[in-house]
Design a protein around this ligand. Structure first.
Ligand code: PMP
Length: 328
């Protein structure tokens, strides 16, 4: 442990957007005491709105500004309640855009209020509206975007700039922070931007690096990866937020993934609690899923190995769901 560094360099930034990224990579030596195993976690919850999504929204907005699709006074529209919504609200505020975010009414009032506090306009839609119906929150976002001149949709699932943000940003940071000493990379996914962008970068530098996607029971990715097709009967509910999917996202590139392992809510939540207790790192449920994936690797590996993972968001968003619950 180091003490306060004398005259530590603490740079000044022109805006909060410039603080996004350059997150620390931290060794988890207490959770993974096996001498031959090194597990390194990238603390993405240290981004300004507490998640990895700040990176993709910054990249997509910057690209839209460069190409002229987003001009001063423009409006950013997206169907999202979660981390992407918070990132949009922050960046819209900092860049002077209007943000309109649609979401189903099952989204907690705390989450809606975070977006409102950052100045976004919230359009709440009935959770039960069937996909494609005018009051379904995805369709509503499309209709709003079509009705507002100069509006721009982030379209995080199918916008390849999402994966590119990780290819150009997160992945080179990991490469530099490890000096290329990586054997395994673990990341669960929803849009697939994280695992696909980082996976592609790492594979290009060293095709031997093994990319593992933990996928929740109730998501279609596990079967799709293993058989090339998906079955609607695989779609189910689960409590871990932000990972797994009920459709194939355009950003997901299975070509860079070597293995998909299925986890359940208990696996992820227990791993998140173990991370908090052993390392003092309070992260969300998808971080727990990633830690669970690292645990699966650590128990099966005999040879020395370095495993890198990401912790996409903070556990502060899930205190009542993951942490303040009776132990069984
Ligand atoms: N964890 C959380 C908490 C998220 O919000 C997301 C984004 N949906 C992910 C993980 C997965 O990231 P990606 O969309 O890049 O696959």
């Amino acid at each position: 442990m180091t003490d306060i560094a004398p005259s530590a360099s603490a740079p000044q930034y022109p805006s909060v957007i410039d603080v996004v990224g350059k997150t620390p990579l931290v060794r988890l030596a207490k959770l993974f005491p096996q001498p031959h195993i090194t597990v390194l976690a990238k603390l993405e919850f240290l981004n300004p709105t507490g998640s990895i999504k700040d990176r993709i929204v910054r990249h997509i907005v910057a690209d839209a500004e460069r190409s002229g699709r987003l001009v001063p006074g423009g409006t950013i529209v997206e169907n999202t309640s979660g981390n992407t919504g918070a990132a949009i609200a922050m960046i819209a505020a900092a860049r002077g855009y209007r943000a309109v975010l649609t979401m189903p009414d099952k989204v907690s009032s705390e989450k809606q209020n975070v977006l409102r506090a950052l100045g976004a306009e919230i359009v709440v839609c009935p959770t039960g509206a069937p996909p494609g119906a005018p009051d379904h929150y995805v369709q509503r976002a499309r209709d709003i975007a079509a009705s507002i001149p100069g509006s721009f949709m982030i379209n995080q699932y199918d916008n390849l700039k999402n994966a590119e943000a990780h290819y150009l940003g997160t992945a080179p940071e990991i490469w530099e922070q490890t000096q290329g000493h990586i054997d395994y990379f673990v990341a669960s996914g929803s849009t697939g931007g994280t695992v696909s962008g980082i996976g592609q970068y790492l594979k290009e530098r060293n095709p031997e690096i093994h990319i593992l996607l933990p996928d929740p029971v109730g998501s279609i990715y596990f079967r799709y990866f293993n058989t090339g097709s998906f079955d609607r009967s695989d779609i189910g509910t689960y409590r871990v937020e932000g990972v797994g999917e009920d459709h194939i996202a355009g950003c997901m590139n299975f070509g860079v993934i070597d293995e998909v392992l299925q986890f359940n809510d208990d696996d992820a939540f227990q791993a998140a609690r173990a991370l908090a207790e052993a390392e003092g790192i309070l992260a969300g449920g998808s971080s727990g899923a990633n830690i669970w994936g690292c645990m699966q690797l650590a128990t099966r590996l005999d040879e020395p190995a370095t495993i890198v993972t990401v912790l996409p968001d903070t556990g502060l968003k899930y205190l009542s769901k993951i942490y303040n619950v009776p132990m069984v």
